[in-house]
Design a protein around this ligand. Structure first.
Ligand code: XMP
Length: 516
């Protein structure tokens, strides 16, 4: 079911920046989707793309197992833009030649633009010099028949190319990254100039189209939604509610692993600030019992996930004849990424996976086309307040995966107190919204300290604060020493049983954001 009249299809050849291409295009209010390069020609034709982009990728076109897309795409009558590997592939498929460059060109390069039409329309009169971002080993050596050069760089005589008559163009560099200063202009010229798109994909139009879609699909049936208080499930609930009102029931399960006061705050918010129909279930005791004596991270995750399904299912059954489950799946979860294909999951993430089959529910996933920042924008457009939209991500298994070793009411209590201090200080100092996540972790060791005149032998809290765009990679946040000092002092002075605080300075990869 697709409601987009215009769309740019990106074929992914495994570049790390493929998602960025889609985001850059969506920022121009044109809808864009990523598909693996293996997409069949018939399916691609059925999608009626307004334009096609061939992404970059780590391979060489002449590798034995090089990713090669169907050459029939050049006969669809649709503009095609090749980026890096995509430009090399286009050259070879159209009859030109690509070779290993003597020197790998990586990083910033100077582009000399020789043609100020097509991708370079509206830019300075030729020759103009622009900074671009390169990352390639091969380069185009001989243009395919019909192609001409648009720009050169120090190591690439054909840094940008175009077909003299057909709407095909290629760039050896990456227009989607911020270091390519003219990147946005190039992508704009492709989508608006070559593809003739209209910038009408806005959150407003998205809401109208999606509401209509949900209404048509659901009819008079009942829908349930697992509400966690996080951004995604809140936005899903608001969206589905706008479409079908009280045919939607939200279920909030308190698993006893929430931050201090969080469950109460979430329920108060939904009851006072929205018209959502929310059932809440306090299952804290049940979860604590399930987790008693369990120290293995995967086992904890499994028990929490399983317990959640049990309780949710029981509640849903009480409602009777529910047909749909609304879920906050986002676009990065559904892209069939060429890079990550076939890799085993690192942690079993807890979401409502498993429920649809067990309860024979059909899924409604209104966010499956959106990136996280778009979900936030959508939430604001739906009228959710900023405090709900800019809340830091909180994992489904909650504090359960922030207590290393066994979970007990006493250890939860220590972590909760430390965690409140971290949040208070982050908010007071204005850092809460600058970082991706900031939280405390309770370690399974005790260390020696001295307090007053006496020796102590107590717990250690690790502080974890990271910067990230999408949680795929992250770096530890460079918080001011004064702030770190204040958090440490307060935790040690105010939380009984803690005599040491350490700061986690690991990036992801090779570490992960959560400790378990
Ligand atoms: P990791 O630890 O894998 O975390 O680097 C990446 C992001 O995902 C969050 N996270 C989870 N979220 N269920 C969730 O809903 C989970 O099981 C889960 N595990 C980790 C984590 O907080 C970070 O933002």
């Amino acid at each position: 079911m697709s409601t987009h009249t215009q769309k740019i299809i990106i074929l992914d050849f495994g570049s790390q920046t493929t998602q960025l291409i889609a985001r850059r295009i969506r920022e121009q209010k044109v809808y864009s989707e990523i598909h693996p390069y293996t997409l069949e020609l018939d399916r691609l034709r059925d999608m009626q793309p307004t334009g096609i982009i061939l992404s970059g990728g780590p391979a060489s076109v002449y590798d034995e197992d090089a990713p090669i897309s169907d050459p029939g795409i050049y006969d669809l009558g649709v503009p095609v833009l090749g980026i890096c590997y995509g430009a090399q592939l286009m050259t070879v498929q159209q009859g030109g030649r690509v070779e290993k460059a003597e020197k790998r060109e990586f990083g910033k390069a100077e582009l000399t633009v020789e043609y100020t039409g097509g991708l370079f329309a509206g830019m300075e009169v030729a020759p103009a010099h622009h900074q671009v971002w390169m990352s390639h080993g091969d380069r185009i050596e001989e243009l395919a028949p019909g192609f001409v050069v648009s720009a050169t760089s120090g190591h690439s005589p054909y840094a940008a190319i175009r077909h003299a008559e057909k709407p095909f163009a290629g760039v050896q560099f990456h227009p989607e990254v911020a270091h390519t200063l003219i990147g946005t202009d190039i992508l704009r010229n492709f989508i608006f100039g070559l593809c003739n798109c209209t910038p009408d994909w806005t959150m407003h139009s998205f809401i109208d189209a999606t509401v209509a879609e949900i209404r048509a699909k659901v009819g008079s049936d009942k829908v349930i939604c697992a509400l966690s208080g996080g951004v995604d499930s809140s936005v899903v609930a608001a969206m589905v509610h706008r479409a079908i009102g009280n045919q939607l029931t939200c279920i909030y399960v308190n698993n006893g692993l929430m931050r201090t006061g969080e469950s109460e705050a979430i329920l108060r918010f939904f009851r006072e600030k929205t018209d959502l129909n929310v059932i809440d279930v306090d299952a804290s005791e049940y979860f604590l019992k399930q987790l008693d004596g369990i120290a293995d991270p995967e086992e904890k995750r499994k028990r929490i996930g399983y317990g959640f399904i049990e309780i949710f299912e029981a509640e849903a059954k009480k409602l009777g004849d529910v047909r749909y489950l609304a879920q906050g799946t986002l676009y990065p979860d559904v892209i069939e990424s060429v890079v990550f294909r076939g890799k085993a999951p690192i942690k079993s993430h807890h979401n409502v996976g498993g429920l649809p089959e067990r309860m024979q529910l059909e899924l409604i996933e209104p966010l499956r086309e959106l990136f996280k920042d778009e979900v936030r924008e959508l939430g604001l457009e739906l009228g959710l307040p900023e405090e709900a939209i800019y809340r830091q991500p909180f994992p489904g298994p909650g504090l359960g995966i922030r207590i290393m070793g066994g979970i007990s009411a006493e250890r939860l209590n220590i972590l909760r107190q430390a965690d409140v201090i971290v949040l208070e200080e982050m908010k007071d100092s204005g850092w809460y919204r600058k970082v991706w996540q900031s939280f405390a972790v309770l370690l399974p060791i005790q260390t020696v300290g001295v307090m007053g005149d006496g020796r102590t032998y107590e717990h250690v809290i690790a502080l974890r604060c990271v910067d990230s765009r999408d949680a795929m990679t992250a770096d530890w946040s460079h918080l001011p020493y004064e702030l770190l000092g204040r958090i440490s002092n307060r935790i040690i002075n105010e939380v009984r049983g803690v005599n040491r605080v350490v700061y986690d300075i690991s990036s992801k990869p090779p570490s992960t954001i959560e400790w378990e």
